[in-house]
Unconditional design. Sequence first.
Length: 794
Amino acid sequence: MAQADLHCHSKFSKHPSEWFLQRIGTAESYTEPDFIYETAKSRGMDFVTVTDHNCIDASVYLNEKHPDDTFTGVESTVYFPEDGCKMHILVYGLNHKQFDMIQKVRRDIYQFRDYIKEQKLAYSVAHATFSVNGRLALHHLEKLMLLFDVFEGINGGRGKLHNTTWVKTLESLTPLALENLYSRYRIEPFSDTPWIKGFTAGSDDHAGLFLGKTYTLARAATPQEFVESIRHKECRHAGRYSDFHSLAFTVYKIAHDFSRTKNSVNFAGGLFSKITNYIFEQDKPSLMERIKLKGFKMKNPGRINQLIVELIQEMQNESFINIERKLNKVYHKASDISDEYFRMMISHMSKDIEKINMEDIYKSVTTALPAIFLSIPFFSSFRQIYKDRELINSLNESYSYGSAPVRKRILWFTDTINDLNGVSVTLRTIGKMAHDKGYDLKIVSCLTPEEIDHRLPPNLINLTPIESFKLPYYEKITVKVPSVIRALEEIYDFEPDEVFISTPGPVGLLGLLASRLLSVKSTGIYHTDFTKEAKEITHNDSLTNLVEAYTRWFFDSVTELKTTSAQYLDYLEERGISRSKMSVFRRGIDARLFCPMDKRPDNVFTLCYAGRVSQDKNIDFLLNLFAELEQKYKLRLIVAGHGPYSPRVEAFAKDRDNVIIKGEIDHSKMPEVYAQSDLFVFPSNTDTFGMVVLESQACGIPAIVSDMGGPKEIIEDRVTGFVAKASDYVDWTQKITHMIELWQSDIAEYRQFGRSARERVLEHFNWDRVLEDLFMQKPDSETPKPAIARRLAV
C-alpha cells in the first residue's frame, strides 16, 4: 500500500501555538519545502504534500517541481459562526481557485463543508479534540460527527490519549446515534453512511524531525488515486503518537532555527543556543571547534560545564543516530544539567531560609534561571500533551455504553513514607492493600538508596534526591528534593486520573505541578497542622506566620482538600480555606494485625505513649504528669518511638526503672507493645488524626486523648476512653486515676472499655470501604449525561 504523511508544515506556517515559542517570538516552522520532500521520500513515503496554515505556496511549489508524486494541501482555520470556535481542517488536491474560495468561506464551517462537498475535495478534520482557541466543547465535536466523515486517526503532534479516545468514539457510532444527533442539531450528515468514518494520519511536524513517522496508507498508484481514497474513506492511519519528550525536542529545534535567523539572540547566557547548536547541526566539528571545546572544559571545570561538554561530545560522536535515541540522550542530559542548577540554588536557599534572608533567597533563585529556561520546553510540552483533558473525560463519559464502575488510576505524592509517623504508616498500608487488591495506585516519594527497606509498598515510585537539607529547629527531619524533569517521565508513563498529595514538601509540590500539567483533579490530605507544630517547636512568630502562609497557599491550591477529622473542617475554614472544597478523609486499619493480645499479668498499671518523640507532641506534659502520678500509684510508662526529644525522655528515665524506652519499633511489632499496656495516653494538641490512637483501640486498649485536634474523634468519650482538656493537669490526673482505680476494683468494667474500643474500630475504620471510595468512579446519578448520550444507551 502507498504511504503519505498527510499533515506537516514548512516555513510558510507563521504563527506557533506552543506557549514557549510564542514567548520568544519564533515562527511556527523554519523547514524548507525541499527538505520535507527529500526527508519524506527517504523515510518511505510514496507521496508527499505540505499542509501549511491557510497557505498553499509550499505544496504548490513541490507539486510543480515533482508532479508525479506530490499533491497540494492546506490546513484551513475554520470557525463555528455561532461562537467563534476554531477548527483546523486539512484539504487536499485543491487548485488556486478552490483555495481562494476556501479562504472566503472558512469563516463559516457550514459554508466551508458545503463548498468542499460541492467541489468533491478530499479533506480530513485535524486533531479534532484539540481546542485551538479555548472554546471547543462536547457539542462542537458532536456537530463535527454530522458535518464531516473523515478525521485524523493519529495526529503525530498529539498524545495517545487524545488520538485513541477520539477514534474509539467515532468507531462506536451507529445509525441510531447519528439519527439522534441529527434530531438534536438539525445538521444534514455529510454522506449516506455518516456513522462510518474514514481516518487519516500525519506527523503534524513543524521542525523537520518526525516527517514520515506518522502516515496514511491507501491502495493508490498515483497522487490523484491517493487523494480519491481519502475522499472515499478507503485509507488507514498508522505511525507514532507524540509524547512530551518529542514535543519538547520540536520546541528546541524551532528555537534553534530561530536563533540562527537572529544573530543577536542569546538565550539564557548562551547555554540554550550552545546546546541546541550541537544537537541539531549534523556536520562533524572542525579541528578548531574540538580544540575550543577542550579549552572550555579545562577553563570551566564545574559540574554544569562538564555535563554540557558531555552532551556536546555525545551529539558530535553520534550525529546521525536514530532520532528517538538522540531525543532520549538529550532528555536525560538536559535533566542532569537542570538538576545541577537547581541543586546549587537549593543549597544556597537552605542556608538563607534558616536566617530568613529574603534578599539572599532571591539571589539563590536567580542562579537557577538558565536551568529554568532549559526546562520550560519539557513543562510546556507536557501541558500541551494533556491540554483539554476535561473534554476527553466528557467524551468518555458521554459515549460509554453501560454504567459499570470504573477504577481510577491514582498517583499519590508524599515526602514521608518510611518514617514512624502516622502519615507514613497510613500510606504504606494503603499502598500494600491497593497492590494486593489490584487497584491502580503508585505512591511517589523521594528516598536515598540506604532508606529503601522491606516496609515500603511494592507500588512505590522512588525519585532519587538531587539535594537534601535539615529543617531549621527540627534537625531530625531531612527534606529531600527530587529531580523534577526526570519525575515527569514516571508521571507520564502512569497517566493517572487523579493526583493525591499528603505533604506540602518538595514531593508534594511536584504532585501539585503534576496535576496542573496533566489537567487532572488534585486531592490534598491535611494530615499535619504544620502551623501549630511550628509554634510549639520554634516559639518564633515570624517563622510560624511564614509556615501558615505557605501551607494555606498550598492546600488552597488543590482541587479538593480532605482533613483527617471533622474538627479540622472548622479550623481550616477559619483560616481561609473554602468549606465547599473540604471533606473528611476516612481511615482504616488492618484489624487482623492490630488485635487484642494477652497481657502478662502483674500488679503494675502501665501507661503507653507511641509516636514521634518531639516537643510538639506535648511530651513534657506527659512526663510531668507521670512524675506526679507515680508518687501515688505503682505505675510504669512505656515510650515507643524516636525523635528530637528522645534525649529529654532518656534523661527523665535515667534514675527510674519504671520508664521503659522502646525506641523505634517495626510497625508490625507494635501490637506487642500495646499488649503490654493498660492505658494509652496521647497528650498531643497538634495531631490532625493520631494513627497510634486508632491502633491501640484496635488492640483493645482504652485511651485518653486531648480535646484539641483529631484524636478525640477516634474514641467515644467515656465508652472507649476519655477526652481530657488540653494540657490540663487536673483533668488528665482525674481521668487517669479513674482508669487506675477501675482496673484495681472492677476489672470487668475496665475490660469493657477495651471491648468497646475494638468494636468501634471494626465498625467505623474498615480499609476495604475506604479503598473502594477512593478508587471507584461510580456514575453520578444526580448529574445526567448529555441528551445524546442518554439516547445512545437506549
